[in-house]
Design a protein around this ligand. Structure first.
Ligand SMILES: C[S@@+](CC[C@H](N)C(=O)[O-])C[C@H]1O[C@@H](n2cnc3c(N)ncnc32)[C@H](O)[C@@H]1O
Length: 231
């Protein structure tokens, strides 16, 4: 309590912690205790993206939100040079160990970074960006718009963007704790669910090539798989 001039006690304004900020700790805890939380094998969207990367001659790949590296290792084994950016240091350590064991440590660089801040990367330095589920994390629409623009900045002309996001057709959409802006929390994980309008909004500066639909996991999660070219 702060005494005010009238002698009454004024209340100090309470600043509520932003629940979106708690997600770093949630992911670090998860990776510290759950081996291959989302599976060990490469995801279906990564397999499809790799075919397109090969067709288009992509060599340097930026991966956002690689988690424990199921797709990073796959891309590196397919001959791509991967820069993997995630804010969960435990997952990144696991990726580095897996890369070492597989003899792929020259092909994978891990960077700890929160994508709500500008990417710590030079302009026009990648041929492609892949992000499986990162866009569906606790990122507001405004943060997603900033991130999408920043991804285009670090891509070379005609660079490819492939991302997946959980859709409003997902069984968890509307369940659990509502955080506004299309975000809902189940079991401590906040997810931003995408509709088609959000995909179009994030395609500013790109040419949309494909919007596919995937199912993943036991629930199953229902995902959009978006492929775009930088214009
Ligand atoms: C659902 S997991 C997907 C992991 C991986 N792509 C996969 O499919 O196995 C999402 C990942 O995004 C990361 N992440 C969430 N919010 C982030 C942020 N603001 N900045 C950087 N990474 C973030 C989490 O640490 C987690 O590894």
């Amino acid at each position: 309590m702060i005494p005010d001039m009238s002698g009454r006690r004024a209340r100090r304004p309470v600043v509520e912690p932003n629940p979106l900020d708690g997600q770093h700790a949630q992911w670090v805890r998860t990776y510290a205790t759950r081996r291959d939380f989302l599976g060990a094998a490469a995801s279906e969207p990564a397999r499809r993206a790799a075919e397109r990367f090969q067709t288009e001659g992509a060599r340097e790949l930026l991966e956002l939100g690689p988690g424990q590296g199921r797709d990073s290792l796959f891309f590196a084994a397919a001959g791509l040079t991967v820069t993997a950016i995630d804010f969960a240091e435990d997952g990144l350590d696991q990726i580095a160990h897996k890369a070492e064991r597989a003899g792929l440590n020259q092909a994978i660089t891990t960077v700890q970074h929160d994508v709500r801040r500008p990417l710590p990367l030079p302009n026009a330095s990648f041929d492609a960006c892949f992000a499986h589920l990162l866009f569906s994390m606790a990122l507001t629409t405004e943060e997603l718009e900033r991130l999408s623009a920043d991804v285009l900045r670090v891509l070379r002309p005609d660079g490819l963007v492939v991302y997946t996001a959980r859709s409003t057709a997902d069984p968890h959409y509307g369940a659990g704790i509502a955080h506004g802006d299309g975000m809902f929390e189940t079991d401590g994980f906040i997810v931003h669910f995408f509709d088609r309008a959000l995909i179009d909004r994030l395609a500013t500066g790109s040419e949309l090539l494909e919007v596919a639909e995937y199912e993943e996991g036991k629930l199953p999660r229902r995902l959009f798989g978006v492929t775009m070219h930088k214009r």
